[in-house]
Write a protein that binds this ligand. Structure first.
Ligand code: AMP
Ligand code: MN
Ligand code: MN
Ligand code: MN
Length: 283
């Protein structure tokens, strides 16, 4: 049977719109055979996703997308095939949970000063204990007619340097890799072309990432073009990294990004799933 991997997706345990159950069902409908749920700094959707995956015969890869700060820049590091019960991992998540909670209150305060009250309280009440992200604030601003599009919320308030932006120190690169490796997982640099970084900064980052035990890089993501694929591939080759593929699906509302709708991984790259414990039989 053909295998379709989608190794980056979000549920409402962070800023996705679907419950873990609905996400897994949608992946199955789209023909995905191997799905990684990778919520921002959270694994709280994994148990529900696993139950659904077992029921319908889909291979769930336990994952997470860590927020990481290196040289004052934010990177997202996906941890794949992790043991969700590992104590080092859990203490790392607890620390990021507290960072996110403080930051959300700071964002809310900045909004309040601009006559937009109660953002944090409202989001907290409606989010069902999800990890709170800027996406939640964007939805709040949209729902309450402070902006007319979600992108508008980032442009006016939440984007870097905008009026409600809070500069955040996430986990260090060393700690992030420690959490993932302790849990037996594989660390993958998410969406390398989204950082708007020069090639020389990217090389510096990847040198550090490799030194800490990073193994993979996303080559195929939800919305990349052939030139971005080519450049990602170049970094993968240069640093001898495994290639990953993941849609970064958040919501059915985004018509451009769908679970499992991904260009094939170029054949001249080692697929990251070769390293997974569950699926040694593949290509
Ligand atoms: P955070 O990790 O809390 O800074 O939130 C970042 C999340 O916000 C990302 O994972 C995206 O899901 C979402 N996001 C960031 N920029 C945009 C944007 N311009 N439009 C819509 N969503 C965005
Ligand atoms: Mn997100
Ligand atoms: Mn990301
Ligand atoms: Mn993501």
């Amino acid at each position: 049977m053909e295998q379709i991997y989608d190794l980056h997706s979000h549920s409402n345990a962070s800023d996705g719109d679907l419950s873990p159950e609905m996400l897994v069902l949608r992946a199955k409908e789209n023909g995905v055979t191997h799905l990684a749920l990778t919520d921002h700094d959270s694994i709280s959707g994994l148990a529900e996703a696993q139950i659904t995956a077992d029921k319908i015969g889909l291979e769930l890869i336990s994952g997470i997308e860590f927020s990481c700060t290196w040289n004052k820049k934010t990177f997202h590091i996906v941890g794949l095939d992790i043991d969700p019960s590992n104590s080092e991992l859990l203490s790392g998540i607890a620390s990021l949970q507290s960072t996110r909670s403080t930051r959300a209150q700071q964002i809310s305060l900045k909004l309040e000063k601009q006559n937009i009250p109660n953002a944090y309280e409202t989001i907290l009440a409606e989010s069902n204990k999800a990890m709170i992200t800027r996406s939640h604030f964007a939805d709040f601003l949209l729902k309450n007619n402070y902006v007319s599009t979600k992108q508008g919320a980032f442009d006016a308030y939440l984007g870097q340097g905008k009026s409600a932006f809070v500069n955040t120190e996430w986990a260090s690169l060393e700690d992030t890799l420690h959490y993932i490796k302790s849990a037996g997982g594989t660390a993958v640099l998410a969406h390398p072309m989204r950082y708007k970084m020069t090639a020389s900064w990217m090389r510096r980052f990847l040198t550090a990432f490799k030194a800490e035990g990073g193994l993979g890089i996303e080559i195929i993501t939800g919305r990349n073009n052939p030139d971005e694929i080519r450049r990602s591939l170049h970094f993968a080759k240069q640093f001898d990294l495994y290639g990953s593929a993941g849609s970064d699906f958040h919501s059915p509302k985004n018509k451009w990004v769908e679970l499992g709708r991904l260009a094939p991984l170029p054949i001249n790259i080692k697929p990251i799933w070769r390293l997974f414990s569950q699926s040694p039989q593949t290509t």
